[in-house]
Design a binder for this molecule. Structure first.
Ligand code: TMP
Length: 210
């Protein structure tokens, strides 16, 4: 049986790293092999694109180029990591996927939604997440948590950018209630992790019954 494809999303500082580890352990406890991966990244090409886009300090990088690079990395990731793993029956847990492009390059930087969904259709080739967990918290809560570890693009974009990204994520969740589950990331750490585990457990039952 094909494995399940789970993605984790959220703005900066919402606790994705601890969330990912909890999801991984939860899926393993159900007896599935897990491939834990991330975007941008997950392949040699993807990691190079990540380094280049996120830490390259390219003031001249337009949102169009950024989105195209994200989708190029994504296609490579799908072809070489995600699809083979799902075909083997492994479960894939991916730190960000296309919702991040829709939220950051679309909501945050104003790229045309039709352009992005057209690219997404072509790049996905029919493979989309079965479950997306959206860790949601007010932007100031997330940014206060990361403190000095602010992302490189914070200086360029500022708080208003992250507010737009958060709104875009919440809109994606509202438009895709079957796939996207919103988890309140401003709650206490253990409560957040428990919400993630409960959601994955419920999803696993639904997925097995499909
Ligand atoms: P992270 O590893 O902390 O999640 O950082 C990845 C950064 O890349 C984060 O700021 C979101 C950004 N990003 C995009 O702008 N577009 C995308 O498509 C993806 C996957 C990530």
């Amino acid at each position: 049986m094909r494995g399940a494809f789970i993605t984790l999303e959220g703005t900066e500082g919402v606790g994705k790293s601890t969330g990912l580890a909890a999801i991984e352990r939860c899926v393993e406890s159900l007896g599935h092999a897990v491939v834990l991966t991330r975007e941008p990244g997950g392949t040699d090409l993807g990691e190079r694109i990540r380094e280049w886009v996120l830490h390259g300090n390219h003031a001249d990088l337009s949102a169009d180029v950024e989105a195209l690079l994200m989708f190029a990395a994504r296609r490579h990731h799908l072809e070489h990591v995600i699809v083979p793993a799902l075909d083997r029956g492994d479960w894939v847990v991916c730190d960000r996927f296309t919702d991040a492009t829709l939220a950051y390059q679309g909501g945050g930087k104003g790229l045309d939604e039709r352009f992005l969904s057209c690219l997404a259709d072509r790049v996905h080739g029919g493979v989309t997440p079965d479950l997306t967990l959206l860790l949601d918290a007010p932007v100031d809560v997330g940014l206060a948590r990361i403190g000095d570890r602010e992302p490189d693009h914070f200086e360029r974009e500022g708080v208003a950018f992250f507010e737009r990204v958060r709104r875009a994520y919440l809109r994606i969740a509202a438009e895709n209630p079957e796939r996207v589950r919103v988890v309140d990331a401003s709650a206490a750490r253990e409560d957040v992790l428990q919400q993630l585990r409960d959601t994955v457990m419920r999803f696993a039952q639904e997925f097995a019954a499909r």
